[in-house]
Design a protein around this ligand. Structure first.
Ligand code: BTN
Length: 328
């Protein structure tokens, strides 16, 4: 077994213990390593930033974990069929989407998840920059090879917004909403953005990368000043820090669940669930398109991800991208 695997097993023994204490002998028996090896690994964990207390006759107790995302810890906590079966956790990158796209071009199997502690050129929608400071947020990209025609690719972004909105709300207790096409809001502020990129032929998607950025422990004063919609973070909403690994595990598990559902039950199964979380539907909205502005009531979404706007009486218009504002 590799060091990281053993470290991870030791951390899990703490989680399973009732009063938090685990004796060196118990760790040794459970993991089948010598007492000397247990001691060596405890020292190693301490050097990595884990605060482990040792009390004579009681054993070791994990008091605090460092705020780092560890591949072994994530792998040990998820049991997935496709998304997350391979995990790449990096320190500083240009963009996790670029890395996942490169793997896609090289023929890598679907399911790879690329995570980084920071991004030098985090990419947002419509050519914008995604603020990606080190060690506070989540920057994650999923490489998938869905059996879908390119015209239906927007459902993948809808699937990701559904999965992420549910993961944020289950991990934090916060109420999340989806703003068409793919922003996740808490208290009407943007907490997460999603950028999907794809390589496709006329009838077939070769590979798609779904990039998810979640503002987790970024303090209010560090949040980007966005013109269209104010930004927020989990720490701003909760008033306390969140374990990023816990949220990451939840996002990966939800993505796997809904990717399976898309495969088994089809596009409408995802759209049905997505609609319930979308706060844009049945509202009067203004959409800024390339060279024009359209207003109307957002009535529905199509299987291609388009937003159906009722412009007046019996006239509707379907829009596929643009900045949208609820005006009522
Ligand atoms: C948006 O503008 O709302 C989309 C933001 C998407 C940001 C994420 S962070 C992980 C992934 N890598 C990138 O470069 N962008 C996406």
């Amino acid at each position: 077994m590799q060091t990281e695997q053993i470290d991870n097993l030791i951390i899990n023994t703490f989680k399973d213990s009732k009063d938090g204490f685990v004796s060196g002998q118990d760790i040794s028996n459970q993991i089948k390593i010598t007492r000397a090896a247990v001691w060596k690994h405890i020292e190693g964990l301490r050097k990595k930033g884990y605060v482990i207390e040792s009390v004579p006759s009681k054993g070791y107790k994990l008091m605090a974990s460092p705020d780092i995302i560890s591949a072994a810890e994530i792998k040990g906590a998820i049991d997935v069929k496709v998304t997350g079966r391979e995990l790449l956790i990096l320190d500083e990158v240009e963009s996790t989407n670029d890395i996942a796209m490169k793997f896609g071009a090289e023929g890598k199997e679907e399911g790879l998840v690329v995570v980084a502690e920071s991004q030098q050129h985090g990419k947002g929608r419509l050519g914008r920059i995604w603020a990606s400071p080190k060690g506070v947020n989540l920057y994650v990209s999923f490489l998938l090879r869905p059996d879908l025609p390119p015209i239906n690719a927007p459902v993948l972004t809808m699937m990701a917004s559904l999965a992420t909105a549910e993961a944020i709300s289950e991990t934090t207790g916060l109420e999340t909403w989806i703003k068409w096409p793919n922003d996740i809001l808490v208290n009407q502020k943007k907490i997460c953005g999603i950028l999907t990129e794809m390589n496709a032929e006329e009838e077939k998607i070769n590979y798609v990368v779904i990039g998810i950025g979640i503002n987790v422990n970024m303090k209010h004063e560090d949040l980007p000043m966005t013109v269209k919609i104010p930004a927020t973070s989990v720490i701003e909403c909760l008033g306390s820090k969140l374990d990023r690994s816990e949220l990451l595990c939840s996002v990966i598990k939800k993505m796997d669940l809904y990717y399976g559902e898309l495969h088994n039950n089809g596009i409408m199964a995802i759209i049905y669930k997505w609609r319930r979380l979308c706060n844009t539907l049945n509202k009067r909205v203004r959409v800024v398109l390339h060279e024009s502005v359209v207003t109307g009531v957002a009535e529905d979404v199509t299987q291609e991800g388009g937003l159906v706007l009722r412009i007046s009486g019996d006239s509707t218009k379907v829009i596929y991208s643009g900045d949208i504002t609820v005006i009522e």
